[in-house]
Structure formats: structure tokens, C-alpha cells
Design a protein around this ligand. Sequence first.
Ligand code: UGA
Length: 434
Amino acid sequence: MNITVIGTGYVGLVSGVCYAELGNQVICVDKDPRKIAMLNAGGIPIYEPGLQELAAANREAGKLSFTGDLPSAVRQSDIIIIAVGTPPLPNGEANLAFIDQVALEIAEAMNGYKIIAVKSTVPVGTNERLAKLIRSKSDKVFDSISLPEFLREGSAIGDTLHPDRIIVGAECQRAADTMTELHKPLTEHIVVTDIRSAEMIKYASNAFLATKISFINEIANICEKVGADVTKVAEGMGYDKRIGPSFLKAGIGYGGSCFPKDTSALIQIAGHVDYEFKLLRSVVEVNQGQRFNVIRKLENIFDGKLEGKTVAVWGLAFKPNTDDVRDSPALEIIQHLVDNGVKVKAYDPIAMESFQALFGKEGVEWCHGALETARDADALCLLTEWDEFAKVDLLQLQNVLRQPILIDGRNVFNEEHLLGTDFIYYSVGRPNLN
Ligand code: UGA
């Protein structure tokens, strides 16, 4: 099939590359000429394991191309997939300006029947509104589809090529059949439904996953007080098939460009129909508080006197295997430390530049390796569970730290690892070791 994907962010780029990998003819469009130049030169504007190689192979095979010319791409394709960003507005609602703009450009360029699918996460009713917008500018026949995306950063290719399910929101059989045909090689679980339900499935899924995380984080907080171990509690819960083992890792809370944005947006969507989503409000509130547990633990250790201390931070990305720092808990944790007179040394294997772009370069000593970061620090906080950190020799680590204090925000280490060391060790929802 001939497909145009508009927007070369995480979702658009990974989807485009994977549709090409499936044997389709794909054109990826972006309005940012720097991105297109980079992609055409064989580069990739995001860090995603395996993506660069897969894009190169499909370009060489003549199945994938990149352009800034939206009208020409639309004219050459039967299926148009919109994957532009829907960043949050200050009130938490999704900003649909990019989607609207793209819809108008598609309308102007259409030269025949098209399927127009929206992969961006959009509030319920957006697809219908877009269809109206396009219809007001073009008399060409088209079908509107909601095609929500469930890939995770860091494992985006695997998630796209082996999805748990594909959701197709369609009002017309012809378009539903084409989309089923397109995705049949990926999974047998293709749920075809009405457009509004498809839009809702995306928000409900992310909200549910966020709920699981906040739930286990609260259980962890209670575990700390009653002397239980949350990793064991999660393991024990997870064997129950009705609960499942995933998304029960306690830590410093969720971040990233999806859960924070989508939970806020769903609270707004509910609010617009006079429904207060109390549970989800609490999920967000718990998540916001969870990151500050790291600070509380430091204050506890240093009797409330953080000023003048040196604190090393391992990990800036919101999770490993990505350079994405949007809504990363590290942003607020480091800001709080800096504001309270703490000298912060920080390091991330991949996300240093993106973090500095958001946080600024001032006020923090940026380091180049795990041990160098820890050198002469009064305490070390692990905020992202990169493999590199798990592999550090703990005796060496103990020797470079001024005080062997480790706050493990992701439960990377355990009692066994620490055997034979003098670490004062605080983790999440597990007994402290000291
Ligand atoms: C999430 C969803 O998992 C995807 O299905 C969805 O497509 C995507 O949002 C989106 O809406 O685009 P992503 O944000 O890339 O994907 O990352 P996740 O792996 O889901 O992690 C999100 C956050 O939750 C991270 O900060 C992670 O550290 C945290 N997390 C995750 C936990 O604290 N505990 C867990 O058990 C799992």
C-alpha cells in the first residue's frame, strides 16, 4: 500500500519505518527542514535502539523516503496517517493546533479517495471534528479513521512490529477492511470499533497503566512503614492473572511525554462532560508526590540539612533506553536540590544534552561517567535504571563517594549486591540497609 505519515516524532517515524518494513511504500513528512535533511542524510532525530538501521535498510530498498513536501506526498498515497504532536496546554487539555493545520493542508492537496487516519493521541470527538474540517475545504471522498498508538519509547520497534493489539476506529467498512488488511501481518488481535471508542481506548489504557504505577507506589510507601518488601508484594500480586506482573515496579513515579499528558487530558475530557474523574486525579497527585520521596530520604539522612552537601545523580531520562527527558522526575528533583543549596553532580548515558536543553546548563556539574559523578559526593541518587548503573562495582563506588550513601529510586540493587559493602542504602518500598 502507499502510505504517507505526517510528523516524524517518535510515533510517526517509528510507524513509518515499520510500515515500510512490512513491504509498503512509505513517505514520511515533516515541516521541519532540519529534521528532513538529517533523515535524508541517514541520521535519526531521536534516540531509539535499532531505528537508524531499520530506516537505512528500508531507504536503500526504496520503500521509505522523507520529504517536507506534504501536498506531493498526499497526492502519491492512498492512506494518510497523522502523527503530529498534541502537547498539553497550560490547563492540561491537548493542543490540537498541529492536527488542525495538517488537516487543512491535506484537504487542499487531496486528489482522490484517501483514508485519513489519526495516530496522534486526541480527545474523544477530534476525528469527527477533523472530518468536518476537511469536508469544509475539499469535495474529495475520504474516510476518517482513529488508529491509536501503543508503542513505548525505548522498545518502539518491537512494540510496533509485535503489538498486543491494533485498534481501528472506523465508521465505514471499506476503510476498516483496508486497515485490517494493512495490520494483519502484525497481530490477530485487531479490534474494529466506532471512532469515539477507539479514541477512548487510548486514554483509558494509559490512564490504567498510570493507575497501576501510582497504586504500587502507594503500596511501596506503606511497605516502608510496616517493614514489608514491595518487590515481593508485586511479585506475589502479579501471579494473579487478573492483576498481571507488569507496571507494578515501584519507583519515583512515571514521567515522559505520554502518561502525564494523557492523564491530565482525560481529567479534562471528563470535566467537559461534567464528570469528575476522582481516581485519576489521585493517581496524578500520588505521582507528583512520589518523586519527592528521594528528597525526603536525603533530608532524613542529613537531619534536614541539605545545604552545602554534594549530591550525585545517576540518570536524567524518564526511563532507560531513551534520551527523552520530558516530565522526567529528575527535572524537579535536581531543581529542588539546587534551590536548597545542594551542589549537584549529574550524569546520564544518553540524555545529557536533551536534559540540558530543558533544564539549562547552569547550576549543575555535568559529568561523563558513573564513577566520576559519584566522586566526593555525600550521597548518590539513582533516578533512571540504565543497565550501566547496575554493572558498577559497588566497592569501587563506595571508595569514590565521600559518604557511602545510596538512594536507589528504582530498586536496581538488593541486599545481595550490597553484601560486603558499608552502604547506607535506601530504596523504594523495601527495608533500609545500614
Ligand atoms: C507509554 C505506554 O506504555 C505506551 O503504551 C503508550 O503508547 C505511550 O505511553 C504513549 O502514549 O505514547 P512510554 O511513556 O514510552 O509509553 O513509557 P513506559 O515504558 O510506559 O513508561 C512510562 C513511565 O512509567 C516511565 O517513567 C517509567 O519509569 C514508569 N514506570 C513504568 C514505572 O514507574 N513503573 C512501572 O512498573 C512501569
